[in-house]
Design a protein around this ligand. Structure first.
Ligand SMILES: Nc1ncnc2c1ncn2[C@@H]1O[C@H](COP(=O)(O)OP(=O)(O)OP(=O)(O)O)[C@@H](O)[C@H]1O
Ligand SMILES: [Mg+2]
Length: 286
């Protein structure tokens, strides 16, 4: 297993020797709202620590600030105030392009950016250079072996020579997940990875995400979603956001529950568990 180049072991009560993949301290982010003629907070005073091997869920309503939070974790956005440390590097103090190469990030924009003319295997191989373009001359035998393994692991072996354009949305999402894992990133960020997938497609994607816990046990993952049904059973922790503010954060069992989700979504929510997965219903129906 690849060693994780993160910061030093924790001293804040977690298991000694567990490295910190991401630590936000007092992070706020604001933008100028021209209409209101004042700053508007997208995130306010967020504290969040993600350690190696943890699988986090980030939940919240539309506009809660989930993607904004993940874009800071992805070293794409600077906080307006507070400190963000990603894989041991302080955002603002390092070359972010180098840091980004160590982070796996799957979001809607990734699918749009990849050339549909590349084959499924080539799409996965682009992850070796952490670029959208395929750099054939830079690829080694290890890269090709790793890509073939990931295709098989995510049930995409038979797609290898198919163009990305011809793959279904669910297949494309699994290919992008495989692509993000090519460099064995110690931090993997998945922003709504199951949006638009049908039930089998969603389950296949979740199985792929769940396999990360077993196959890359030192990787920290963050999965953003609106729906607890779209969380893999391997989820260990959760952070709930409402209007840019953290409503709850901590072990999944304690956080993904009715009262906290009701506060998060500002409506009565009932949460049940079935076979390790979560189910939620909102409103008066229950
Ligand atoms: N560059 C920006 N300038 C101003 N406002 C922004 C900017 N980026 C995002 N916002 C606003 O910040 C809020 C949070 O956006 P964000 O995309 O993080 O929400 P989200 O929780 O990911 O929502 P969704 O579930 O719809 O994806 C939204 O109201 C959005 O309109
Ligand atoms: Mg979003």
């Amino acid at each position: 297993m690849t060693a994780i180049p993160c910061s030093s072991p924790t001293t804040d009560g977690a298991d000694p020797g567990t490295h910190v993949a991401l630590r936000l301290t007092g992070v706020s982010l604001w933008r100028w709202d021209a209409e209101a003629q004042r700053e508007r907070f997208l995130l306010r005073d967020v504290d969040w620590t993600v350690r190696a091997g943890e699988q986090w869920a980030v939940l919240g309503a539309n506009g809660a600030g989930k993607s904004t939070l993940v874009s800071i974790a992805a070293a794409m956005t600077h906080p307006s105030s507070g400190s963000a440390e990603v894989l041991g590097e302080r955002i603002g103090g390092v070359d972010l392009r180098e840091l980004r190469k160590r982070i796996g990030h799957v979001e809607a924009r990734t699918a749009r950016a990849v050339s549909g003319r590349l084959t499924a295997l080539e799409v996965v191989l682009t992850g070796a250079s952490a670029t959208i373009a395929l750099r054939r001359q830079a690829l080694g035998e290890d890269d090709r072996r790793r890509a073939a393994e990931l295709l098989e692991r995510f049930g995409c072996g038979e797609l290898a020579t198919r163009t990305f354009d011809s793959c279904s949305q669910g297949e494309r999402q699994r290919l992008l997940l495989a692509r993000a894992l090519m460099r064995r990133p110690p931090l993997l960020l998945l922003d709504e990875p199951t949006t638009g997938l049908d039930l089998p497609g969603r389950e296949a994607l979740l199985a792929a995400v769940a396999s990360i816990a077993a196959e890359e046990p030192e990787a920290a993952t963050v999965t953003v979603t609106h729906h607890v049904e779209e969380l893999p059973p391997t989820t260990t922790h959760a952070l709930l956001l409402r209007d840019g503010v953290v409503v709850a954060s901590g072990p999944a069992d304690a956080v993904i529950e009715s009262a906290a989700l009701s506060t998060c979504f500002d409506t009565p929510v009932r949460v049940d568990r079935l076979d390790g997965r979560w189910l939620a219903r909102a409103g008066a129906a229950w």
